[in-house]
Design a protein around this ligand. Structure first.
Ligand code: DC
Length: 212
């Protein structure tokens, strides 16, 4: 079974994807980490994130063993990822890795922006996870505070809005729900309620497939 979870920054899609993967015993891929790793590597080489050729070269040479570097989780890498992910050459370089990951039995749960639309249009279940920008900023602030990091609420909200705008307006593989995705708005749901709702969506889809 392939489960595609897409949605904007800080929508909680990563947590949901991880929990669904654990529940069904499937491998999980956080595809945002690939773009974060490209941005991080390019920055550490002194490159310009706006340089499409340099970014694509880094993406083609990406070592996926570096994906668990904690530096990739930070705000800086996220912002950089949003910039490099708009380069078509970067997206093309990362496509096969994601498709191969999904194609391996017994399937996978993959989260990102274009999993249901571009990477795995054949996914058995597609969930588009969303929440208001204010609620996403509140969650991100709580997460940073929990890690003892400084919190500037206005800056976080501005960051989220900028990222939404960039991710939705890019020419290649913009953030949007696939036509056959189920939208899950988690604005008023806590993590457990969101997981229950996601599980119900997967089970309903799996049931439909069994009957078909
Ligand atoms: O999900 P995230 O915050 O780790 O993603 C960081 C950036 O990477 C995001 O702003 C856009 C980009 N991205 C993408 O373009 N396509 C994906 N499938 C995943 C992430």
């Amino acid at each position: 079974m392939i489960v595609a979870i897409d949605g904007p920054a800080a929508s909680g899609k990563g947590t949901l994807a991880r929990r669904l993967a654990a529940h069904y015993g499937l491998p999980h891929l956080d595809s945002g980490l690939l773009y974060r790793a490209v941005a991080h590597r390019l920055s550490s080489l002194g490159g310009d994130l706006a340089d499409a050729d340099a970014a694509a070269t880094v993406a083609r040479a990406l070592d996926v063993a570096t994906l668990n570097d904690p530096a990739l989780r930070g705000r800086h890498a996220g912002e950089g990822a949003s910039v490099v992910s708009a380069h078509p050459g970067v997206r093309a370089a990362l496509l096969d890795f994601q498709r191969d990951f999904a194609a391996m039995p017994p399937g996978a749960v993959i989260d990102g922006r274009d999993i249901g639309t571009v990477i795995c249009p054949q996914a058995h279940v597609k969930i588009f996870v969303t929440a208001s920008a204010e609620e996403r900023a509140r969650r991100r602030a709580a997460e940073l505070a929990g890690r003892g990091e400084p919190v500037d609420r206005e800056a976080i909200l501005a960051d989220i809005r900028r990222r939404d705008e960039r991710d939705m307006s890019r020419a290649v593989a913009p953030l949007k729900a696939a036509e056959d995705a189920v939208t899950l708005d988690t604005t008023t749901l806590d993590a457990d309620a969101a997981f229950k709702a996601a599980l119900a969506i997967v089970e309903a889809r799996a049931g439909e497939r069994r009957r078909a």
